[in-house]
Design a binder for this molecule. Structure first.
Ligand code: ADP
Length: 317
């Protein structure tokens, strides 16, 4: 065993211990807002609400039964788009769909329903993350039960990004021990990458995301140099007017519609140590890293789930 191996093992063990003694409540900032949408809201109206509030997802509330009804994400809009592609004659009906119809849309297009797991905010983070990674969910609602009424209420939603940020900020000394490079750890995806070009249509990219069950597609030029990344959330501004023709827009045009405050893309090298990746997470709003070579040519994709999987479950430690 080298010194690096020992440090790596120690770092991982410490972080895992940390995650076992912290819970969802610890992750919340002192003050935060949570926008919850009523399940009876029209789907087309929900788009504008997300855009106006600069959010990309929201928990749903069933006010008839006073219960949590799942979580609305970009995937739901992708499902609506697929529905439109499969049943183009029903475009009129599409306008009348409410958020509560999303499950029917899922069924109609034969999409695998995303299991809506929720955890109690006092559950240890380690277990909460495990449940998130076991399902295809990329965010997990924290649902508690009110002592007095016995009713459930949505306290907050934690994302993979929030959790990694929380680990990075509170474990600087432990992440410093993670000196192995992502190449050594074989962290990320390097073969059979889904990519697109600026001139392809948004609909092409959506089909790639659905087929591969991924939430981002790097945009490259003819020499495989990375120009940008198309993300599932980028479709939200494209369909906000209920103008599904806009899906025939080019990727380049759609990327111009991004909100001003978009965080931009983050790249890294396969020779970067995991320590450096955690530095980036600590300092910036990273939702994935695109692995490039010295020439900015695409090598791979490192998703937040790849990092969390490694940190929690790699059998090194
Ligand atoms: P997350 O689950 O963190 O939102 P993704 O859905 O982007 O991330 O990624 C799921 C898995 O697919 C990860 O292992 C990731 O490395 C891989 N992946 C992500 N994007 C691509 C892509 N464009 N081509 C091939 N594999 C990808």
């Amino acid at each position: 065993q080298t010194v690096h191996d020992k440090d790596q093992i120690q770092g991982l063990r410490n972080i895992r211990e940390f995650l076992k003694v912290r819970c969802g409540y610890d992750v919340f900032p002192l003050s935060f807002r949570l926008i919850v949408l009523d399940n009876d809201l029209l789907i087309k109206k929900s788009l504008n609400i997300l855009i106006q509030n600069s959010i990309v997802s929201a928990p749903l509330w069933d006010s008839h039964s006073s219960s949590f009804a799942g979580i609305l994400t970009a995937t739901d809009y992708i499902n609506v788009i697929q529905y439109y592609c499969q049943f183009p004659d029903e475009i009129g009906k599409l306008d009348q769909f409410r958020l509560s119809s999303l499950r029917d849309i899922e069924k109609a297009i034969g999409a695998l329903p995303i299991e809506t797991v929720s955890v109690n905010p006092s559950t240890p983070l380690f277990d909460a993350i495990k449940r998130m990674l076991n399902t295809r969910a990329r965010r997990i609602p924290l649902v508690d039960v009110d002592d007095e009424t016995g009713r459930e209420w949505v306290v907050s939603v934690i994302t993979q990004y929030r959790i990694l940020k929380f680990i990075a900020v509170n474990n600087e000394h432990n992440t410093m021990l993670l000196k192995k490079t992502i190449r050594e750890l074989n962290l990320g995806t390097y073969t059979n990458l889904a990519t697109t070009h600026m001139s392809n249509t948004v609909l092409d990219v959506i089909h790639q995301m659905v087929e591969r069950n991924i939430s981002c597609v790097p945009v490259v030029d003819d020499d495989n140099r990375v120009l940008n990344v198309f993300e599932a959330v980028d479709i939200i501004p494209c369909i906000k007017g209920g103008m599904y023709e806009e899906l025939n827009w080019s990727v380049g045009d759609a990327l111009c519609k991004r909100p001003e405050d978009s965080p931009g893309i983050y790249t890294c090298s396969e020779h970067d140590r995991l320590q450096a990746i955690f530095d980036t997470i600590r300092k910036s709003r990273v939702h994935r890293l695109i692995v490039v070579d010295d020439d900015n040519k695409l090598r791979g994709v490192l998703s937040l789930s790849d990092i969390l999987m490694y940190v929690l479950f790699s059998d090194e430690a």
